[in-house]
Structures are given as C-alpha cells and as structure tokens.
Design a binder for this molecule. Structure first.
Ligand SMILES: Nc1nc2c(ncn2[C@@H]2O[C@H](COP(=O)(O)OP(=O)(O)O)[C@@H](O)[C@H]2O)c(=O)[nH]1
Ligand SMILES: [Mg+2]
Length: 195
C-alpha cells in the first residue's frame, strides 16, 4: 500500500513538473543595424517592406513560436536579456557584403556565444556581388573572437570562450553553430527546421 501511495505521489510531482515547465517558445532575430532582420521578419509574414520602427522589438507568432525582431543598435543591445530564458534559437544576422568593415558586429556576437543557446548565423545579402561565402565569414568570426578574447579581463567575471592555450575555433564551444547563406531573394523556409 505504501508503495502505491509513494508511486502515486511521485507521478503527481512529475506531472506537475512537466506541466509547469516553461516552454522555450521564442526565436530571436539579432545582429547589427542594417543586416536585414526586419526585412526577414516582414518576409516571414508575407508582407512587403513596410515602415516598422527599429527602436522597439517587433513581435509576431509563427507556428506557435514567438518571433522577435530586436533592434540592432548597440545601445539597445541589452534588450535581448528579457527574452533569454524563453529563447530556443537565436538567428544572428550579418551583412555578408560589409562584414570586413563592420567588425563591431562580432563584439556583440562574443556575448551571445557564451549563452549556450542554439545559434544560427545568417550570412545575409548573399545576392550582392561583394558578399563573402559562409566559410570565409566563419574564419573572420573566429579570428576576431581570438582578438577580442585577448583584450578581455577574465578575472572580472567575463566568460572565456574556447580552450585556453589554443587558437579559437567555433567547434570548441559546447553548442553547435550553423551557418546559412541567405538573401531577400530566397525563401525563408530554412527557418522551419529550427522552430
Ligand atoms: N541586397 C540585399 N539587401 C537587403 C537584403 N535584406 C535586406 N536588405 C536591405 O538592407 C537594408 C536594411 O534592412 P533592414 O531589414 O531594415 O535591416 P535591420 O536594421 O537589420 O532590421 C534595407 O534597405 C533592405 O532592403 C538582402 O538579402 N539583399
Ligand atoms: Mg530593423
């Protein structure tokens, strides 16, 4: 009898745990200004370009997931903090045609890489003549993270990315990072496998 009661209580506790567990139902679109986040966000809704503010986040629901287009401005970068707990995947947008002159975008990426959330780097604007291929973009990111890592003071609680004493590679991180070449001229369907 005692065993039956014990098992019942255990089952109720397990049921409560699973029912009250917060679902990770948010997809964040992040990255520097002008990388194409809002264009992608509107394309997901089958809307043509429209004037939407880039100072506040834009939100809509797709297949039960909350898609959040975050403002890219550096001063508003902190806004993502309030979504992190519910975030399943981050899509980090990069303008593939201007990355070499806009390495600031990789500094923001450093912070995101430490979060251990599924990450997809969208190498956007791949239609442009000067757009870099994803392998090249991956190399630039790794070299830049290596440089940023040298400037950080890890005694002050900053997170150290990668392995100490080894040149930084994205494969050294605990979460796998996908790279996708994309442009406004293509379908947004690739997002479906991450929803
Ligand atoms: N050539 C090209 N331009 C794009 C692409 N995606 C967005 N743009 C343009 O880039 C500019 C910035 O896009 P926007 O979505 O506002 O960037 P956000 O600041 O990241 O939200 C706009 O003029 C878009 O029309 C793309 O795939 N290819
Ligand atoms: Mg925008």
């Amino acid at each position: 009898m005692k065993i039956v009661i014990g098992i019942s209580i255990l089952l109720i506790i397990l049921a409560l745990f699973f029912l009250t567990r917060k679902q990770k139902n948010t997809i964040l679109l992040m990255g520097p200004s002008n990388s194409g986040k809002t264009t992608f966000f509107l394309q997901l809704q089958n809307k043509q370009s429209e004037t939407v503010t880039s100072l506040q986040e834009n939100i809509f629901t797709l297949k039960g997931k909350r898609i959040v287009d975050l403002p890219g401005h550096e001063k508003l970068f902190f806004k993502y903090h309030s979504y992190i707990k519910e975030t399943k995947t981050i899509f980090y947008f990069i303008d593939s045609s201007t990355l070499l002159s806009n390495k600031k975008s990789i500094e923001m990426l450093y912070e995101i890489l430490g979060l251990n959330i599924q990450l997809v780097i969208v190498c956007n604007k791949s239609d442009l003549l000067l757009a870099l291929k994803k392998d090249k973009i991956k190399k630039i990111i790794e070299q830049e993270i290596e440089k940023i890592r040298k400037t950080k003071n890890f005694n002050m609680g900053e997170e150290y990315l990668g392995y100490e004493g080894e040149v930084f590679l994205l494969e050294h991180l605990p979460t796998k990072i996908d790279f996708v070449e994309h442009s406004i001229k293509e379908s947004t369907d690739f997002i479906n496998s991450y929803l």
